[in-house]
Design a protein around this ligand. Structure first.
Ligand SMILES: [Zn+2]
Length: 325
């Protein structure tokens, strides 16, 4: 099944035709809560109705730029709330796709999974795919994998292996978190060892450094490469990211580029390292859903990237990535 073309994908509002997804952002968070988010009672309270209104407004602004679909790759252990995501989708008109899978060992909740055998972890992912997440009936459209900085831990290797097995069994697509442009090739190695083609994997956050050789090397193995943190200029500048995207296009690797911001549109509790989420926008003022369309696309065009290239990257690449073709 995994070898065949996929024609539909699960979204938080049910299955949709992949051909109709339109302009797509591949990695944006509707809501995130790091493990233990509830401990710090100095942080603003989560008031659901207010949060819904604020996040719907942000996604409606994105919709006005013609973006019809967004992947929210929140792993199980970062406060995932798929009913909240579904409500944002319903009210904003943006199709939202959620994921199964887990985060890194350092920042997730490995205690809940470390002692399970590989087969049990597979079953946990499989159950979400077949029956939906918790009691919601909402099914994930992709599987999230994650590795930390520098090396893949034993725990992460087990989670990646389980994710790859379940992806192969169900013909599903994989989307990853990496740190500091490391472990992308390890992710490809682990996934392909389980029989999943590299082209079913997006190596996320591959724009964390000015490193065209690394980015191109992932694409040359067949993987998709995430330039998915536009606006987060504390890790790398957008100028570098734009330069690297243009280098990919000039190298004939346009088909492997996927774009996004990795925004978090609602925080449960504080932001690790920042505290109150209100502070974040002062440090990274462009970290918002519309930044690509307001600032980056015009700048890329001025640098010689064609409108057709940008439309191909934002519409055709996600479609091909989801369809496995
Ligand atoms: Zn993310």
């Amino acid at each position: 099944m995994s070898e065949s073309l996929q024609t539909t994908i699960q979204t938080t509002l049910g299955p949709r035709e992949i051909s109709a997804l339109g302009r797509t952002l591949i990695h944006e968070h509707v809501l995130v809560g790091y493990p233990g988010w509830f401990i710090d009672n100095r942080m603003p309270r989560f008031v659901r109705a207010e949060a819904v209104a604020r996040v719907v407004d942000a996604f409606q602004q994105l919709h006005a730029y013609g973006v019809k679909t967004v992947v929210d790759p929140c792993p199980m252990d970062l406060g995932r709330d798929v009913e909240f995501v579904a409500e944002i989708s319903q009210r904003s008109g943006v199709t939202l796709i959620c994921t199964t899978g887990v985060y890194t060992e350092a920042q997730g909740i490995p205690f809940a999974l470390r002692h399970h055998e590989l087969d049990a972890v597979c079953d946990i992912f499989q159950r979400e795919i077949e029956d939906g997440i918790g009691a919601t009936g909402i099914r994930p459209g992709l599987i999230k994998i994650a590795t930390g900085d520098g090396a893949v831990s034993d725990y992460e290797r087990k989670m990646l292996t389980a994710a790859a097995r379940v992806a192969k069994r169900n013909g599903m697509t994989l989307l990853s978190h990496t740190e500091n442009c490391s472990c992308g090739h390890d992710q490809i190695d682990i996934v392909t060892a389980e029989g999943v083609p590299a082209s079913h994997l997006l190596v996320g956050h591959s724009c964390g450094r000015d490193d065209h050789d690394y980015q191109a090397s992932l694409a040359r193995r067949g993987a998709y490469v995430g330039f998915d943190r536009f606006g987060i200029e504390i890790f790398n500048s957008d100028a570098n990211r734009m330069k690297n995207v243009k280098q990919m296009i000039d190298a004939g690797l346009r088909d492997h580029v996927l774009l996004s911001h990795d925004t978090v549109n609602c925080w449960l509790g504080g932001v690790p390292g920042f505290g109150d989420p209100a502070q974040v926008s002062q440090v990274v003022p462009n970290w918002k859903l519309t930044h690509l369309f307001e600032n980056i696309f015009p700048a890329l065009e001025a640098a010689g990237v064609s409108k057709a290239d940008l439309e191909h990257i934002i519409t055709d690449n996600p479609r091909r990535y989801f369809a496995h073709g």
